[in-house]
Write a protein that binds this ligand. Sequence first.
Ligand code: OSB
Ligand code: MG
Length: 369
Amino acid sequence: MKIERVEVRELALPLRYPFETSFGRTTRKQFLLVAVTAGGVTGYGECVADRDPYYLPETNGTVAHVLDEFLIPLLLQLEIAHPREVWPGLARVRGHEMAKASLDMAVWELWARREGVPLRRVLGGEKTTIEAGVSVGLQDDEAALLGKVETEIAAGYRRIKIKIKPGHDVGLVRALRQRFGRVPLMVDANSAYTLDDVAVLRELDPLGLMMIEQPLAWSDIVDHAALQRELRTPICLDESIRSPDDARHALALGACRVINIKAGRVGGFTTSLAIHDLCRSRGIPVWCGGMLESGIGRLANVHLQTLPGFSLPGDTSASARYFEEDLVDPPVVVSADGRIAVPEGPGIGHEIVWPRVERATVTRRSWTP
Ligand code: OSB
Ligand code: MG
């Protein structure tokens, strides 16, 4: 298979509510949507980069540059017998995992459409429903957080994650425990702490958290290994794992006991499968993170977590928590018992609503060989 056309659109979608983490506040989802065409069939990949480099170094601007100058020209030269060949085919470009992922994921999605099967089938996933968890952003005060969490528990979510940062951590978790008892609960710091904060992080230890996600620096695994030795609560790495090698190194050092896999962060599906398989062989649970994706990326995440190693609920929640109108129809919905049905149609399996994509499109460019 030769790719005949690549199109990259930049989209902007308003969020229903701002989403706040330790690194900033997002009010509008701004992202790149990649379309790749071969043999008259088109597949789609949603890039997880944002406008700013506050989560990880890549931005929409760096992704657009690297796609245009380097990755798309490479992709258009490849003779692709299977989507797993895309990742090695782009290996000459170092780093830029979000940019590579957008192409890799689009080619996998194209492949599923060509075969007429749901994306999960080409990825090797067997589940027909997945367990939904939810990520609750930083709120203005404790009462607002308690209210949000109450809503999400009532909606059926099987695991609650809250964002924390210094000064907004132990007290919030204690208040949640007091109000909601033993609900499956975890926290995500998005790299807001250092080893100087070990005393505060130790105070979280008796609170029965499922895990503490990415407490220390985005580029670190050595300090996380030191911290993990100080805590009974498992550390989960997100930002620090950007490749299968990162995962191997982190496990070798004992830097974490759980890994959050976001295909868009680690270079796409091929590398996600490699991290999944590595973790599975070591008895390390993985779960699927999210990046406030539109329905296109959200459904890609749904299919990925049908693989057996995704043994914990992830961050894939309902479209309606983020968007007034999602780009897919039907939107992603969560059942009263906290599950998402995996679509049965080809590729991501829900229709893309093109008039909505057009309205959200800010810029658009295409390439042919
Ligand atoms: O760290 O998992 C994260 C959102 C944006 C950037 C980073 C993260 C998140 C989330 C939200 O936690 C997950 C989601 O609902 O998509
Ligand atoms: Mg995270």
